[in-house]
Ligand binder design. Structure first.
Ligand code: 5AD
Ligand code: SF4
Length: 461
């Protein structure tokens, strides 16, 4: 045991892949005897898992790490600061030059090396920087096969692939996560069995572009097959992120619609409603292609009896949108607003374009002012709120199975969980029952209130 008696704290930024990496890091540190500290102040080792998709994440990380300088540990010793993830992969050595009190920098491909790096930093008091290139990554133990300390007993992130081959012109991910690497089919199914034996009821398959799962290993995508196989494994709920519209095949749509455990929610990033901007982004589909996909998914799901009884209610769609991509005109932006109104998304993650050095879009000039872009962003937010509210109204009166996750921060007698469509649902805890009767379990709730960002109602059992 390398770290007996030491306490660690983890801070995670960015996407679900980072959350999964953090669960593996926690697993490895605990395997070496370290214990979770409730706060940074109480920790001997602080690990940051970082994101560099947008500049805001860079700034937050640097600010947080800077504020740790000189902060003593409870025992008066030195606190070790380790920075990993996408920003660490991108900046490597530069991070230690910028903030000399960082002790360890590790990349996205060598998470397995973290315990050794911490040990060397403790032994030598010298900064340890180790990031590997995408090519070297093939030699490494993949993060997916490390022990995990899952945040919730009932839910597991399950990466089926890492990396991305798409090179959307604004995006840094292919440069910091490398090329697509799929995990063998059988290995994924073995992990599913282990997770089920461990009491997991909900699995989320992870990948930057899950729709192309298998292409690198088997010469053709096998996502539809993996969706069916995991969906029929006995798991109650199956989700997946993220789908690239250009690779969403008819086979995948059929597997999505027909596999009962696959939840009726599709996260399908559109990025823009304008064909000019989509082309400049290198997305390789048009707004009409996207409309066509949504139609197919809704129709196939309604035919299979998934989600709801109406065409519009059968599946909840969520999406990502970038506002202010270089060269975006008022009419391009209007096309995005029109598409959002037309599709009826239950949730939209909207981002202001952030220039990322090294990406093709970084050299594009933009004549829009930050004020214009901000104003567009606010306009989009209003449309998104209206759309989410409208979608939630479709759920009124319907008995909805809810997987409960915890209690409301504001009201200790209010349980919170998620509907199949991934909407937050609140329900009053019956006076004669305890929280543990519900957490991590699925119980039906009759929805009687539908707000913009949540539903609520009474428990039916
Ligand atoms: N600027 C703004 N948003 C971005 N995203 C990715 N790169 C950028 C960028 N440079 C958004 C996309 C993607 C989500 C994860 O982050 O919408 O789908
Ligand atoms: Fe980035 Fe595009 Fe790959 Fe998504 S599909 S990670 S947006 S390059």
């Amino acid at each position: 045991m390398l770290f007996n008696g030491l306490k660690y704290h983890l801070r995670t930024f960015g996407c679900q892949m980072n959350q999964h990496d953090s669960e593996r890091i926690a697993g490895m540190l605990e395997e070496q005897g370290a214990m979770l500290a409730a706060s940074i102040e109480q920790a001997d080792i602080v690990v940051y898992v970082t994101c560099c998709v947008r500049q805001a994440a860079d700034m937050r990380l640097l600010g947080q790490v800077a504020s740790l300088k000189g902060l003593p540990t409870p025992t008066g010793g030195k606190r070790l600061i380790a920075v990993g993830g996408c920003l660490a992969q991108r900046d490597g050595e530069k991070l230690v030059e910028q903030l000399p009190h960082i002790d360890i920098v590790f990349g996205t491909h060598n998470i397995a090396m973290l315990p050794e790096l911490i040990k060397s930093a403790l032994d030598t008091s010298q900064p340890q920087v180790s990031t590997l290139s995408d090519v070297q990554a093939d030699e490494m133990v993949p993060a997916t096969s490390l022990p995990a300390r899952r945040e919730n007993k009932w839910h597991a992130w399950l990466p089926i692939m890492t990396g991305c081959n798409n090179f959307c012109s604004y995006c840094i991910v292919p440069y910091v996560r490398g090329r697509e690497r799929s995990r063998p089919f059988e290995e994924i199914l073995r992990e599913v069995e282990m997770l089920l034996a461990d009491g997991v009821v909900e699995i989320t398959l992870l990948g930057q572009n899950v729709n192309s799962y298998g292409r690198d290993l088997y010469g053709q995508p096998r996502f539809a097959e993996i969706l069916k196989a995991v969906g029929e494994s006995g798991v109650d709920r199956l989700r997946f992120v993220t789908s690239h519209p250009k690779d969403l095949s008819v086979e995948t749509i059929a597997a999505f619609a027909q596999t009962k455990a696959v939840m009726p929610h599709l996260q399908l990033p559109v990025q823009s409603g304008s064909d000019n901007i989509l082309a400049a982004m290198n997305r390789l589909y048009t707004a009409d292609d996207y409309r066509g996909l949504v139609h197919l998914v809704r129709q196939a799901s309604m035919d299979a009896g998934k989600g709801g009884k109406t065409y519009l209610g059968s599946v909840a769609f969520s999406t990502d949108i970038i506002v202010g991509f270089p060269g975006e005109t008022e009419s391009d932006f209007q096309a995005t607003c029109d598409l959002v109104e037309e599709i009826g998304f239950s949730q939209v993650f909207s981002f202001i374009y952030s220039r990322r050095e090294g990406t093709p879009a970084a050299s594009l000039v933009d004549e829009n002012t930050p004020e214009q872009i901000q104003e567009r962003y606010q306009r989009l937010v209003k449309i998104v709120q209206k759309s989410a509210w409208e979608q939630n109204q479709l759920e009124l009166g319907i008995p909805t199975p809810v997987l409960f996750e915890g209690i409301s921060k504001r009201d200790q007698t209010m349980l919170t969980g998620r509907s199949p469509k991934n909407t937050t649902v609140h329900a009053k805890l019956p006076p004669d029952r305890s929280i543990s009767d519900y957490i991590g379990k699925i119980h039906p709730v009759r929805i009687d209130t539908a707000k913009t960002w949540y539903l609520s109602g009474d428990l039916l059992d």
